[in-house]
Design a binder for this molecule. Sequence first.
Ligand code: PLP
Length: 344
Amino acid sequence: MSSSDFRSDTVTLPSEEMRAAIASAEVGDDVLDGDPTVRRLEELAAAWLGKEGALFVPSGTMANQVALGAWTRPGDEVLCERGAHIANYEAGAPAALHGIQLWPLDGERGALDAQEVKRALRPDFIHCPDTGLVCMEQTHADSGGSVVPMEAMKAVADVCREADVPVHLDGARLANAEVASGVSAADWAACADSVSVCLSKGLGAPVGSVIAGGGAFLERARLVRKRLGGWMRQAGLIAAGGLWALEHNRSRLAEDHALARDIAGRMNRFEGLSSPPDSVDTNIVLLRVSDPAPSASALVAALGERGVQVYAFTADSLRFVTHSGVGPEDAARLQAALEEILGE
Ligand SMILES: Cc1ncc(COP(=O)(O)O)c(C=O)c1O
């Protein structure tokens, strides 16, 4: 029996239909003459995000790093929320690749405070770095897939526009925010000058992300993608999976969100486990673990022995992520495993 894998929405496998789309994709040398499938994906992504253009890249990390490299110069500073993926999970790439420093600010469930951002913008003073960019994240992964409110994002965008500082949106899970909020991806993306989106998370493609924007940014982004080795040849073979995902898999994310809420409800029945139901906006459940439950790492091991895979998020919390590879039967299996481990 296969395991119930709640570790991440990156574990999804391509469906038969997606595999068929990949197998029959029309391809060309994207660097020499352009790849027709990559071009279709980039056009569709740009239209969906309401931007002038989009570039296909291998990963979400590269999409963000293309944006950072395109917007900044060495020595610049980038403002972001303390839990931001770019600050915590991109292996120091902003400093290693672009010579820039990050200035993390405290947020409320991932939302930056516009006045804090305003205060943190650097003055034009030779002793200070230049604020080259402000980065937001939607949904905010470290806050448990929270949807950052539109008013908060607009307020930050306004402050930045006034100061003439560009804004990048790490929209790795922007499709989840779109489905959960009913606000279009283009409206979310309008709060930023560039936006990255992962095709290989809840959308279910095996590989790929896009980075979208316009004008001089787009040209600069092409150059940075080239420098990072992300301009690929017959990339239509992988872009086809992303294209199929964007065309067919967006609305089904609502099922992942319902399953995540269902899981949170099941968890709260156990003493020592808590996940406030209103903390689940999308497809991520953060589960706080306290006495009398065993430690987070002991729970991960005990669940693993019962065929349920999950990550410890911190020393006292677990993270469950729902996706197309898990369903109600996996939530029931998780509950049964916990009943066995914790006693009823
Ligand atoms: C918010 C966020 N941004 C960026 C990424 C990076 O994506 P990738 O793993 O494709 O590099 C992730 C991956 O988990 C993410 O959660």
